[in-house]
Design a protein around this ligand. Structure first.
Ligand SMILES: *[C@@H]1O[C@H](CO)[C@@H](O)[C@H](O)[C@H]1NC(C)=O
Length: 146
């Protein structure tokens, strides 16, 4: 219920957020909504929770899915351990198997801890089919911890 309310809120108030493609081989999302950010660079406010909704269309049937989040500052990628490793459990209003060519929405929630240094960074996000290791969708956004 909370999750449903949240998504309605984000969809209703947040416009799409700008993002960059990862590479030509990795499909970008259809749409991205990051809380309190419509245009990069996004402010990642310490003490708040970053919520992102990623609309993507799988190009094949998906039975297993995992998230991969990297924070890249000064060219150095650091993997952020998403608490929910099973991305199938973070899909809005459905779960796996996800059929190909049908849009699904992944909801990412990351606490911005107050111990994080105030740096400029790029966040790279990917959903990976853990069965085949294929990148299902990938994007990058630039921002700063404030
Ligand atoms: C994907 O799933 C659909 C529905 O379950 C099925 O009809 C189709 O054959 C599957 N495609 C592949 C390539 O397995």
């Amino acid at each position: 219920m909370f999750r449903l309310f949240l998504s309605v809120t984000l969809a209703a108030t947040a416009l799409a957020t700008t993002f960059q493609k990862c590479s030509d081989k990795e499909p970008p999302p259809e749409n991205l909504r990051v809380s309190d950010c419509t245009e990069e660079p996004c402010n990642f406010v310490r003490g708040k929770e970053l919520i992102a909704e990623v609309d993507f269309v799988p190009d094949h049937n998906i039975t297993e899915l995992k998230p991969n989040v990297q924070a890249i500052a000064l060219g150095l990628p650091v993997e952020y351990p998403v608490p929910q490793r099973n991305a199938c459990k973070s899909i809005l209003e459905k779960t796996c198997p996800l059929p190909q060519n049908v849009q699904a929405t992944y909801v990412l929630k990351i606490p911005i801890l107050s111990i994080y240094p105030p740096v400029r960074l790029t966040v790279k996000f990917a959903l990976i089919d853990s069965g085949t290791n294929q990148v299902v969708t990938c994007f990058k956004i630039s921002g700063q911890v404030v």
